[in-house]
Write a protein that binds this ligand. Structure first.
Ligand code: 2RA
Length: 340
């Protein structure tokens, strides 16, 4: 006996990945439905070896459905998630709408699985921002060993984080650099993204940081430890899929780089590729399609007493979104609904 599962936003990058990962991980599905807006009605999407025809989200009745994985923006989530939750269907939401709600657990299963028991207040569980998810998978085992005081992180985020139009813009803008007359002006981003980097993701806040940087602070505090001080600089780079992060950590206690490497090697969800030689580290093109959060360049930061640097890479459509949501569904089934 399995679960009745809905994927909301099934025709988008993340929705399609959710379906792929549910099939790849053989999630115990009794029935599955792909839901989308009217404009995508009838679109066919893959679910393992089968094909699903998308149905109308607007008229769908969630009664009797166990869980709904939402991969739509905050506006659509605000309209449909409460409807699903009220019908008794547990919502696992990838948008930012509920992440900072005290009555909604924000979960990375490798980090704070116990938070799943807080889902029933609103029948909604939030998925973290992609740049947060991969980082906290690495921070948590180190925090348990040597208590993190402060984190300084710089991100190098791929364009797939902005959606399909951004992928198309990078592709067309890059081609246009070589084909006279086919130049492509910036539209998704305020500046050229081909052969360039943009130090701006989401909107600017009054203090000069961006909302993406604020998310990393707020979500790390909620998922790992509110005492951790974190400062972030989030940058868009001309990469199609795969977010990278340069992470500097200051601990309460000294943590030797070799011990840190051993801890990370044993930690759930992590693959350490860390050789001090040409190519002895992970780059975004190598993480695409993988479930792991990859860690490289582990080394002491000798400019402070208890410092460590590391390099973190992961597929932002997988661990950063769809995989984490499916792992939450697995956790919900295992710990709460207990079918299958
Ligand atoms: C981005 N983290 O990379 C944001 C949303 N996916 O654009």
């Amino acid at each position: 006996m399995g679960y009745k599962v809905a994927v909301v936003g099934a025709t988008g990058n993340v929705g399609r990945e959710m379906l792929n990962i549910l099939a790849e991980r053989q999630f115990p599905v009794d029935e599955i439905v792909a839901l989308a807006s009217r404009k995508s009605l009838g679109t066919e999407v893959s679910f393992g070896d089968t094909t699903l025809t998308t149905k109308d989200l607007d008229t769908f009745d969630f009664t009797g459905w166990d869980m709904a994985l939402f991969a739509v923006g905050s506006t659509a989530t605000k309209q449909y998630a409460p409807k699903a939750a009220a019908a008794g269907c547990v919502v696992i939401d990838n948008s930012s709408l509920y992440r900072y709600d005290a009555d909604v657990p924000l979960i990375v299963p490798e980090v704070n699985p116990q938070a799943i028991h807080g889902y029933s207040k609103k029948n909604i569980i939030a998925n973290p921002n992609c740049s947060t998810a991969q980082m906290v998978v690495a921070l948590k085992p180190l925090h348990d060993r040597a208590k993190i005081k402060r984190v300084v992180v710089s991100t190098y985020q791929s364009v797939s984080g902005s959606g399909k139009d951004a992928i198309d813009e990078l592709w067309n803008q890059t081609k246009g650099m070589y084909v006279p007359g086919q130049e492509v002006e910036p539209s998704v981003y305020p500046k050229q993204i081909a052969f360039n980097v943009i130090p701006h993701i989401d909107v600017f806040l009054d203090d000069g940081s961006t909302k993406e940087e604020w998310k990393m602070v707020a979500e790390t505090k909620k998922i790992v430890d509110p005492a951790i001080k974190l400062t972030a600089t989030c940058v868009r780079v001309p990469v199609f899929v795969g977010h990278s992060e340069a992470i500097n950590i200051e601990f309460e206690d000294f943590l030797d780089e070799d011990e840190a490497r051993d801890i990370l090697r044993e930690a759930p969800g992590i693959m350490v590729i860390d050789k001090r030689e040409d190519g002895g580290y992970v780059t975004p093109v190598e993480c695409v399609g993988d479930f792991a959060t990859f860690i490289s360049r582990i080394r002491q930061d000798s400019t402070i007493d208890n410092g460590l640097n590391l390099w973190c890479v992961s597929d932002n459509l997988r661990k950063g979104a769809a995989l984490n949501a499916v792992q939450i569904a697995e956790l919900l089934g295992r710990e709460v609904l207990k079918k299958g």
